[in-house]
Design a protein around this ligand. Structure first.
Ligand code: SF4
Ligand code: SF4
Length: 394
């Protein structure tokens, strides 16, 4: 295995992962991420987008009487983001928004002595245990893959491109997934449901910072990262955490698309996981729940393609791509993030229940259309009244 050329390994991994990378492939520039464009691109930036961000940060004034968008709902959403926001804002004076546009530099440095953790397989098992101990629900490890690194970072503060700073020699990426609250996501669309996203990021920060510091304490380099520096979804697929779905997100076996992803780049020698598929592509081929539910038709109804809606899509990979301009426009208009596509996805379930695990198995068989019919007929994916979520809290 160690003597095989890298390209052969990569082609084999791509086949297992279901990646269809074309000759015209280009690495993504973070400047074109729709959230970054919302700071510099007049086609995206608007009074609504400015207000959208302001409601996360400034003292609350913009709640409505509508159920799910009251002061209480925004109060919870913003509180859930609070820990993540604190980390992200700590180094704004240095033109850094760590976790979103820059990797974390909040660490105590690398120990002078390197501890031997045994074989790469033993080290990988130990690191996974540690990451789970810090709150990760899923952990996978893959080879560092330059293709998914942003060409450049982009600062929302100075509105300038910035060079990558991940040190050379990082051989592995540890990918973590933190699940988001099932019932909160059921209340989408609502400001209340944004608490699931915020809490996911806040947990994410704890997991990646602590796991990276643990590795540094053993004498190896480790850099904690969330949405910054690289595309997390292809890394997560390579690391065996799930498959790519029509809605443009990772679909995990354990939580469906209801996860937030974290990453740790490291030079600690670790065994790598393999992509693991469980029938998502074939199921998405027959299912259109996300594309039909999207209020702005941002999710593709068609087969995977290399066609790009705009510069926010990756060039040169045949896949389902969402129209991020339409999607973000809806978020800004309703003054909170949306996850309707995620709510209605048949893989978005509480799989601690055995009958839902049976349904997931059915989705991976030729009886997938029956599973889809049952999913709709039994009312899965319908919106939960936000009042019911608050009532259960009592
Ligand atoms: S998050 Fe909402 S607007 Fe965006 S693609 Fe999903 S359903 Fe559509
Ligand atoms: S809703 Fe259906 S088509 Fe969309 S990602 Fe989920 S399984 Fe795939």
């Amino acid at each position: 295995m160690a003597n095989r050329p890298v390209d052969t390994d990569r082609a084999a991994t791509d086949r297992k992962a279901g990646f269809d990378v074309q000759a015209e492939f280009e690495r993504f520039d973070q400047r074109n991420d729709v959230f970054r464009r919302s700071w510099w691109d007049s086609r995206i930036r608007s009074d609504e987008s400015k207000q959208f961000y302001a409601t996360y940060r400034e003292p609350l004034t913009l709640w409505r009487r509508t159920d799910g968008f009251t002061q209480k709902d925004y109060a919870l959403r913003n509180a859930a983001w609070h820990v993540s926001d604190l980390f992200t804002e700590l180094k704004q004076d240095e033109d850094r928004r760590e976790g979103f546009t820059d990797e974390f530099t909040l660490d105590r440095g690398v120990a002078r002595e390197r501890m031997n953790l045994g074989t790469p397989a033993a080290a990988a098992a130990e690191v996974k245990r540690v990451a789970r101990g810090f709150g990760a629900d899923l952990v996978g490890i893959t080879a560092h893959d330059e293709r998914w690194m942003y060409v450049n970072k982009f600062s929302d503060l100075s509105l300038q491109a910035k060079p990558q700073e991940i040190p050379a020699g990082m051989t592995s990426v540890i990918v973590t997934a933190q699940s988001m609250d099932y019932d909160l996501i059921r209340t989408v669309p609502s400001a209340l449901s944004g608490a699931a996203t915020g809490a996911g990021y806040s947990r994410d920060a704890m997991v990646v910072l602590s796991t990276a510091q643990y590795i540094q304490n053993l004498g190896y380099r480790a850099v904690a990262s969330m949405n910054d520096t690289s595309l997390a979804i292809p890394l997560a697929i390579q690391a065996g955490l799930g498959e790519y779905g029509r809605l443009g997100l990772l679909i995990t076996k354990e939580f469906g698309p209801r996860v937030r992803l974290g990453k740790i780049y490291t030079d600690l020698p670790l065994a790598h996981d393999q992509p693991a598929r469980f029938g998502v592509k074939a199921f998405c081929d027959v299912c259109r729940r996300c594309s039909q539910a999207c209020p702005v038709k941002a999710v593709s109804e068609d087969a995977p393609t290399t066609m790009r809606h705009n510069e926010s899509n990756l060039r040169g990979v045949r896949k389902w791509s969402i129209d991020a301009e339409r999607c973000f426009g809806y978020w800004a208009a309703q003054n909170s993030d949306c996850a309707i596509c995620l709510r209605v996805c048949p893989y978005n379930k509480d799989f601690s229940k055995w009958w839902l695990r049976v349904g997931r198995w059915l989705a991976g068989t030729p009886l997938r259309r029956l599973m889809l019919w049952l999913d709709v007929a039994l009312g899965y994916g319908e919106r939960m009244d936000p009042k019911r979520w608050w009532a259960a809290a009592g």
